[in-house]
Design a protein around this ligand. Structure first.
Ligand SMILES: CC(C)(COP(=O)(O)OP(=O)(O)OC[C@H]1O[C@@H](n2cnc3c(N)ncnc32)[C@H](O)[C@@H]1OP(=O)(O)O)[C@@H](O)C(=O)NCCC(=O)NCCS
Length: 225
């Protein structure tokens, strides 16, 4: 039966075929958005992609360290730090999480922080697309790391109603992110690189580069010794 339907559609004139395809894609999108909404409701995520008004609470973010995907005894988590979807948060030996930092993991993808890395006070890590922080990385106070962006849904709809594209962020071993810097979705900060205070990092940063400003630009390369 399905085969017959496909044959019939394929034998239609091109223009009609294209119109049907476009209609089917639109229908598919709205069904997919509904599914996203229902899933998000079930797991307590807000659901801007669905275009619906409902908002589920994300919860308090307060959780036991035993709820994390990995959290050895040597990890320090200061008072006021909030952790969402702790099952997707993996912390290695000696990690420090400062006061009031927010680790906003997601129902998918992982937020990983390597050994001895230091996450400053009030840092905001939004890990919808996954965040991978290497070993011995410094993340200054109030740094923001973002991993998602809304597709443009067209002018008739609010941007927040656009489907979400997720792009992971990677901070390689030994790099350092200055206070108040923002790292945008999809960026990799290379090994040993330095990001200046207040920088907005829109592109990958080469290993051992020093970048600063908005948008972040190369100041110079670090000395070899
Ligand atoms: C980026 C940084 C490492 C550069 O240090 P530096 O190599 O000593 O740089 P300089 O002070 O020689 O400045 C070089 C140029 O970059 C500019 N600059 C330096 N830091 C800047 C910043 N954060 N944003 C914008 N421009 C900056 C300077 O104004 C100077 O510009 P000019 O050549 O036009 O005068 C440093 O300024 C910085 O921001 N460090 C981060 C500190 C921090 O947040 N620590 C967190 C502690 S937990």
């Amino acid at each position: 039966m399905e085969d017959m339907a496909i044959l019939n559609i394929k034998s239609l004139p091109d223009r009609l075929h294209r119109q049907l395809q476009a209609r089917a894609a639109k229908e598919y999108r709205s069904v997919a958005q509904e599914v996203v909404f229902l899933l998000d409701q079930a797991i307590g995520q807000e659901s801007p992609a669905s275009g619906r008004k409902g908002r589920g609470s994300h919860g308090s973010g307060q959780c036991s360290r035993h709820a994390l995907g990995r959290c050895p005894d040597s990890v320090v988590i200061e008072p006021g730090a909030l952790i969402f979807h702790p099952e997707n948060v993996f912390l290695d030996e000696g990690v420090y999480i400062g006061h009031n930092a927010m680790l906003k993991a997601y129902y998918k993808n992982q937020l990983m922080i390597g050994a001895r890395s230091w996450i400053g006070q009030g840092v905001f890590l939004h890990s919808a697309g996954g965040i991978s922080i290497g070993c011995d990385v410094g993340v200054g106070p109030h740094v923001c790391i973002l991993t998602s962006v809304h597709q443009d849904p067209g002018r008739a709809r609010p941007i927040m109603a656009g489907a979400i594209d997720v792009r992971p962020v990677v901070l390689e071993d030994g790099c350092d992110i200055g206070i108040n810097a923002t790292i945008l979705p999809g960026v990799t900060v290379g090994k040993g690189a330095q990001v200046g205070a207040g920088a907005v990092v829109t592109k990958n940063v080469s290993p051992f580069a020093i970048v600063a400003g908005n948008p972040a630009r190369l100041l110079r390369m670090r000395a070899k010794s």
